[in-house]
Design a binder for this molecule. Structure first.
Ligand SMILES: [Zn+2]
Ligand SMILES: [Zn+2]
Length: 411
């Protein structure tokens, strides 16, 4: 398998790769940096200055532990209720973050409803966190008090396995620590972003560019990176034809990001009332209700399909849309009690591949939010209060979200 992070070699062996977007990560960063300076987008890149290190001496809140209020799931069948708890005192590399926003992801609902596994309750969900640094540990070097930051689906990993070494902590061979419902390195269970405060290792924190609104930053931490990472892995760029299955939180970001990468996007949705939005976000074609629609005119037309639908659905017919030897990548996950079915001929007929992808690494998530800043990509969000979370969950399940609910933490 091609190692997507081995970019130095790719750039040096392929000088032509400097020409377009479909290039190495290293060159992409350089290109972005030049463009950012040209556009006067101050603060987009290069955050680690000597001045920041000096300011790191500032500690406003002390070392904790920090009283925190959250909204928790107490059982798989009840609405969320308040929970008061404490975030740990700062270790040397910990950063205390006052949370301002947290996006609602369908995965939160799957966890809350125990669709994937038995959970440890009470569980505070939320892995699209955005806030401001309130205090830092003694050896923190990347962030200072007052920095605008985000946290996604992971808060730690082993730091030394081959996956971590390559910046793919989400596939850590010793198990990444996920932002909620995961056993932390100290043995406690992690609690997520539906809360007022968090304490996170600095290596798992993303810098939010000045031009990105904090409320918009949250949904980039899961929805954004989950679609961006496979686009990078499968070299989506100018001239590529990309299918996006499902136009929800992930799907609408997929359309915007693939379009910004120069691809032509076809949206495949079961919601006829989302057609106009799909086109507004950049889609060239929209296929409604693929199970009953005549797909013959789209046969063998797509280079790549990303499937964001978070529920069981039919797959075989969708494979007929792929060109020879193209890849169909699953990122949306339904209930484990309802496994997907795929007929063998769906894969054999054109030597297609069925793949999966899980969020993205920390470096890649930083790259994604910088990419969104550069291309002015924003999620479509609806702000809600902590007390409206259960109602928002219902709307997400009923496919009524347009397109991401974001909880605003009122102090
Ligand atoms: Zn998510
Ligand atoms: Zn690891």
């Amino acid at each position: 398998m091609k190692n997507q992070l081995n970019d130095k070699e790719q750039v040096e062996n392929n000088p032509k790769s400097h020409e377009g977007y479909d290039i190495s990560r290293r060159n992409f960063i350089v290109t972005s940096a030049v463009a950012a300076v040209g556009a006067g987008a101050a603060g987009l890149l290069g955050p680690f200055s000597a001045q920041a290190a000096e300011t790191n001496a500032t500690k406003i809140l002390g070392q904790g532990p920090y009283p925190t209020e959250g909204m928790a799931v107490y059982s798989a069948t009840e609405p969320l209720k308040p929970l008061k708890f404490e975030r740990r005192a700062l270790g040397p590399k910990d950063v205390a973050i006052k949370l301002h926003y947290c996006g609602i992801c369908h995965s939160d609902i799957h966890h809350g409803h125990e669709d994937w596994r038995k959970e440890t309750f009470p569980l505070v969900p939320g892995h699209e966190l955005a806030g401001v640094v309130a205090a830092i540990g003694s050896s923190v070097s990347k962030f200072k008090v007052g920095d605008r930051v985000g946290v996604g689906c992971m808060v730690n990993s082993c730091h030394h396995c081959s996956m971590c070494d390559m910046g793919m902590e989400q596939y850590c061979e010793n198990g990444a620590v996920f932002t909620y419902g995961s056993k932390d390195r100290d043995g406690t269970m992690t609690q997520g972003g539906y809360s007022t405060f968090n304490v996170v290792d600095e290596d798992f924190i993303i810098r939010v560019p000045d031009s990105v609104d904090l409320a918009d930053a949250g949904p980039m931490m899961c929805a954004g990176i989950t679609v961006y990472s496979p686009f990078r892995r499968w070299s989506i760029g100018p001239g590529k034809k990309v299918g996006v299955v499902g136009l929800g939180g992930l799907g609408h970001m997929a359309v915007k990001i693939a379009t910004a990468m120069g691809a032509e996007v076809t949206v495949i949705t079961t919601s006829p009332n989302k057609v106009a939005d799909a086109r507004k976000f950049g889609a060239i074609e929209v296929i409604v209700n693929p199970d009953s629609a005549d797909l013959s005119k789209y046969k063998r037309s797509l280079d790549f399909i990303i499937d964001t639908a978070p529920y069981k659905h039919k797959l075989d017919k969708l494979f007929t849309l792929l060109k020879q030897e193209a890849t169909f990548c699953m990122v949306g996950v339904g209930k484990v009690s309802e496994p997907y079915e795929i007929g063998p001929f769906a894969l054999l007929a054109s030597r297609n591949s069925y793949a999966g992808s899980q969020i993205g690494g920390i470096r890649e998530t930083q790259e994604l939010i910088d990419f969104c800043a550069l291309h002015k990509i924003r999620p479509e969000i609806i702000k809600i209060s902590m007390s409206e979370i259960s109602d928002a969950w219902d709307k997400v399940v009923e496919k009524k979200a347009r397109y991401r609910y974001v909880i605003e933490m009122k102090a």
